[in-house]
Design a protein around this ligand. Sequence first.
Ligand code: PLP
Length: 367
Amino acid sequence: MIPLIKPYITDEVKKKVLEVLESGYLTEGPVTKEFEEKVRDYVGARHAISVTSCTTGLELALRACNIGKGDEVICPDFTYPATADVIKIVGATPVIVDIDPRTMLIDIDSLKRAITSNTKAIMPVSLFGNPLDWDALYAIKDEYDLIIIEDAACSIGARYKDKPVGSLADISVFSFHPRKFITTGEGGMITTNNDEWANWMESYKHFGMDINSKGSLPRFKIIGTNYKLSNVLAAIGLVQMQKIDELLEKRRSLALNYIQLLQEIDEIKIPEVTQGGFHSYQSFCIFAPNRDEIIKKLKEQGMEAQIGTFALHLEPAFNSGTCILKGHFNGSEYAYKHCLTLPIFYDMTMEDQKYVVETLKILLSNN
Ligand SMILES: Cc1ncc(COP(=O)(O)O)c(C=O)c1O
């Protein structure tokens, strides 16, 4: 079976985890700090704050910006539900707009049309590792004075005009779920250049502790919660971050090889990379006819494939009056129906890739 993903778990990773287990220091600790520093330096942000997931990180980001009841936050329709969930969780209203079907990223015109006097922030998603069009987003930010919180769940390693994702938005949040190529099992990381928000988030995730009192007898200044990432999980991510250049290079070479091989199949369309963008190919996606049938048949032939992600306006949680659905969703419906994610992982071979593409070719010609 060729799996969709395979986490990068080497002897080195196991050794580091064992070291932590033997140290007895299992909660957030020095390894978590090292992991944060590694991500911070890699993306070139002033702060990196680890959390239990991208979802809790996005919630923290919204709270830090004081976004809540009465505020609208615009997000794309084609995304994992977590993007809109967190807007609702903090009491604000998700305003859901269409995507550009070529890139599968938020459609800039739809985004502009959705802005009202209640709009406080935008939460675009750099989906599958394709970076956002920051020139367009900065123009909107300047014109309407909005905060940009990027759902960067899938896009560590991606860049826009040579600037790393994680240094471009007011706040970005990464996921380390096992579908991501840097994974801690479950986990997330917030990056920002804003000292005030960073301090508030650091405190909030530590039960509201005054961060200047950490180490001595703590004082609790605000009501907070516990979103700490343990030393054990951070150890997995730390070793992977030390190898991120190699992991990314391998990933991109697999993706570029897929693109080359897929040229032969007329029925397949390849999504576009954002102009000026460097895609990290967190997921390798294509557009295919009869997508669901293809997924089923690929599985029968010994390889795992998946849909891209969800169209929120089709889900009861988001279309039952809980959110504002703005405009049409033609782009999102196209992606929801046709986006197909193919296997991609570190030790995938060219032979594996050829087998996937050859099987696709046969299946499509029989369609
Ligand atoms: C676009 C997007 N946002 C948010 C999430 C949630 O991430 P996590 O599982 O780390 O909470 C995911 C997870 O796959 C995602 O793809």
